[in-house]
Design a binder for this molecule. Sequence first.
Ligand code: AMP
Ligand code: MG
Length: 484
Amino acid sequence: MKNNMNWNFDNSYSRLSDAFKEHIEPIAVKNPELVLMNEDLVTELNLDFSKINKNELAALFTGNILPKGSNSIAQAYAGHQFGHFTMLGDGRAVLIGEHLTKNNKRYDIQFKGSGKTAFSRNGDGRAALGPMLREYIISEAMHHLNIPSTRSLAVAKTGEEIMRETPLQGAILTRVASSHIRVGTFQYVAARNKKDELEILLNYVIKRHYPELINSKNKALDLLNVLIDKQIDLVVNWMRVGFIHGVMNTDNMTISGETIDYGPCAFMDTYDPKTVFSSIDKVGRYAYCNQPAITKWNLSRFAECLIPLIDENEDKAIKSATELIETFGKKYEEKWLKMMRKKLGLLGEDNKDKFLIVDLLTWMHQNKVDYTNTFCHLMNIKIEKDGNYKDSNFQQWKKRWQERLEINENSPEKNMKLMRSVNPLVIPRNHKIEEALEAAEKDNFKSVNQLNEILKKPYSQQKNILKYQISSNLNENYQTFCGT
Ligand code: AMP
Ligand code: MG
């Protein structure tokens, strides 16, 4: 296809060892139809589709035609899924290439749902419309919540049915990521027991994501250290907005520190640390409150891959890696406290802050109140009936909070500004997502588009958003599925 869309591909990953991927093109689909296009992201990527007609666009975003300069591959990776190690890979996705923006920022462009690959195992390589729209909505919402995330450029229907429990409409999501390299990518290469391949991957990752480490004396150890910080920042952000990823397998943890793979994820309404939405997570391995511990567990699996590169002497390497992993707890606690202080508008530090924070969370849990809306209440934003907040325990807590707000040269303006910068007024509520997806199934994309618009400004007071703010009544029995 003629390149008059400003695509600027430079496919560095596909030039690495053949061991890391399979060359494969998307499998053509019957009747492509573009249903969502992220115009803001098109602009951010310096792309231009203005001269392309509708049919060509649909063909482009289903992979029926590939842009000039692309070179599509399925990436190999492994992963611990619910604790069990498996060889995996892109079983229903292809990376069509890496696009460079005018500022030389590099983005992976991936089609998810594009057909079978060498890694499909028993799957059909396809994806259904609902889960692809869900990923679009939530990944974009995360981005606008200022949380690192893969982005969504487009969703196109394939015009083919796919068989799940019932027949569903097939669709392809165009995913944009700073890369798709995962902890699982390192696990895959490490399992092949070839140190030179591991070194290639390490150097590639450093050059692409952490160039500040190029001259490091111990690149592997320093990368581990950086990733510990990155992943703590990420999970603290998830905890901040009540996001539950749902399937924190090591293949779903990126080396870039972006949130990836929006399968059974969902936002918590009523505050309960044990909240789990995923239908397959029977024991709550990936429950809200377990996310930090799982992050540490996944980082330990990452550290194991790096052992041969940390030190020739294995015992020494293990000791150094373990020491770093053991910094996780203290670092997490500090970053979490800092984040929670902001949620409460607390400037500076006071040694009783942790009690103040934990007491509020305990009250929220005991009284089954909405997590997001409680912080809105503290910011004087009225959403639901105030009944819960008349509770005397809450009023006593509020008095302590107000006393604390007055120390450390605070001012009501400063407190409020801080709170407004971290407490969203609107999140992708489960009932709003379900409602939008149901309409989209019947070819009505109005609700999906409206929801996406509202979620672009989660920290702003927008007109007529009350219905997007009220707690889901689906909460107690709400279940999500892997979207496969
Ligand atoms: P996920 O749960 O999306 O992170 O996927 C886990 C693994 O299963 C990945 O290797 C996917 O590529 C693979 N997979 C998921 N769905 C399909 C499908 N429909 N066909 C083939 N492979 C799939
Ligand atoms: Mg995955």
